[in-house]
Design a binder for this molecule. Structure first.
Ligand SMILES: Cc1ncc(COP(=O)(O)O)c(C=O)c1O
Length: 444
């Protein structure tokens, strides 16, 4: 049972606390009173250092789309390691992965690689600024685009700092964020066409780009509406600002990415996670016209993009192997199983008498403490209630004790390693966890 003070995980956590602030290097995946330490994985199951086995419904926040020990990725990585880990020259797998991505994504005619989603977002914004000569960016309220202060403006805002509904403020996430930086961020209300276009028009002459995650995890995977995306697309075209889709997470919404699924083509697309086959990666793709800003063969260099480990051959080779197995049939399976999962969870939520919702798209699911879908950050925040984090922590623990690993904010991510039997087993286990959770004081 978690927590167990005599466990190996508790011991490792105590050792880590002595040498690492907060005993971690990854705030988003920590929980209390200590964190379970992973040891090995097979298929969709992960075993911790105490031998507890979990059905893994995080898959490292999406990167392990084929689960653990996926032989084609292991083979490709073994072969690449034997040949060359890294060198100063580009490698063939880089070209192969670029070709694969460009052949699938409607808005990606050319692509460049980075080491993480955060880095790719930074480079895309730099590119948009270089192309337009403008400095401001617009982002949706509550949107997550990685770990740097510019895009962290209005990440997890609260009623005391979020400003009017139709003119959201840009509160800093970290103390000491320069005001001059926050002045460069125009925050738009997700899925509110009128207020968003008014905000964009007000800042039109200074706007380099609008960056938006069209199926945001933080908003429980409720997609942006087609009207909303089309209105922003139209504004960007008229205004010469770049429309950037952040598909670091939601790229797994389909074979042609979220943009293929939703039917709107951005100028640039930021990717990461699944395209690296479980290894560190990020990518900036886009239409030729947008990507030309990085073209140092065409004339003087306008925007620089490099990095010691950029396009490292291991990530490239793993990415090629993983993506080749992400066929249209694989996406169909993920979609069908996602629907089966959410339907099963909904039944269990109802059986436990909980006012909850299993929301999501394809293999991305979010457990929510309300029944009607929330269309924007404020609805999600208000409906989740004041004790949201406390309740989510309790549910997370109940799941852990039933052998189901989910993210601390109720995000659950599937993989191709799961069979229908694994889905059904998870639903049964989750059902017991939900019932245990429902029996706790303050659960409802
Ligand atoms: C939408 C989105 N953008 C950017 C990032 C940052 O990617 P990374 O963690 O690889 O830096 C993430 C990571 O979860 C993400 O979900």
């Amino acid at each position: 049972m978690f927590p167990d003070p005599s466990s190996r995980s508790a011991e490792l956590f105590a050792r880590a606390a002595a040498v690492m602030p907060g005993a971690n290097t990854r705030h988003m995946v920590t929980f209390g009173p200590y964190v379970v330490y992973g040891d090995h994985g097979e298929g969709c199951r992960l075993t911790d250092v105490d031998g507890n086995v979990y059905l893994d419904w995080i898959n490292n926040f999406s990167t392990q789309i084929h689960g653990y020990g996926f032989e084609p990725v292991l083979e490709a990585v073994r072969a690449q390691i034997e040949k060359m880990i890294c060198c100063i020259l580009p490698s063939e797998p880089e070209v192969e992965l670029a070709e694969l991505i460009c052949s699938r994504m409607p808005g990606v005619e050319q692509v460049r690689f980075a080491n993480s989603g955060t880095e790719a977002v930074m480079v895309a914004i730099k590119g948009a600024r270089g192309l337009t000569g403008r400095s401001k960016i617009a982002k949706a309220e509550g949107g997550y685009h990685g770990q740097f202060d510019l895009v962290e403006a209005s990440f997890l805002p609260t009623p005391d700092n979020w400003g009017p509904d139709d003119r959201p403020a840009a509160p800093p996430f970290g103390r000491g964020t320069p005001k001059s930086l926050l002045d460069q961020v125009v925050v738009i209300p997700f899925n509110n066409v009128e207020a968003t276009i008014a905000r964009l028009e007000e800042n039109a002459s200074e706007l380099a780009c609008v960056i938006i995650d069209p199926i945001p995890a933080r908003l429980g995977f409720t997609p942006a509406t087609l009207d909303y995306l089309m209105a922003i697309r139209d504004f960007c075209t008229r205004n010469g600002s770049l429309l950037i889709f952040d598909e670091v997470f939601c790229n797994r919404a389909g074979y042609h990415g979220a943009q293929g699924r939703l039917g709107v083509t951005p100028d640039m697309t930021v990717m990461g996670k699944i395209i690296g086959g479980g290894f560190p990666i990020g990518a900036i793709g886009g239409l030729r016209s947008a990507m030309s800003v990085f073209d140092n063969l065409a004339g003087p260099l306008r925007v620089s993009h490099s990095g010691t480990f950029t396009a490292n051959p291991i990530s490239m080779a793993a990415g090629v192997a993983a993506m080749k197995h992400l066929t249209p049939q694989a996406f169909d399976q993920l979609e069908r199983q996602g629907d089966r999962f959410r339907a099963g969870l909904t039944q269990k939520m109802n059986a436990a008498g909980l006012e909850m919702r299993a929301n999501g798209v394809a293999s991305m699911t979010s457990l929510q403490f309300f029944r009607e879908p929330a269309l924007n950050y404020r609805e999600f925040h208000r409906r989740s209630g004041d004790n949201y984090l406390q309740r989510m922590r309790a549910l997370h623990r109940a799941m852990l004790n039933e052998g189901v690993l989910m993210a601390t904010r109720g995000v659950m991510i599937g993989s191709t390693a799961m069979s229908d039997a694994d889905i059904d087993e998870t639903i049964e286990r989750a059902g017991r966890a939900l019932a245990a959770f429902a029996a706790l004081p303050n659960a409802a």
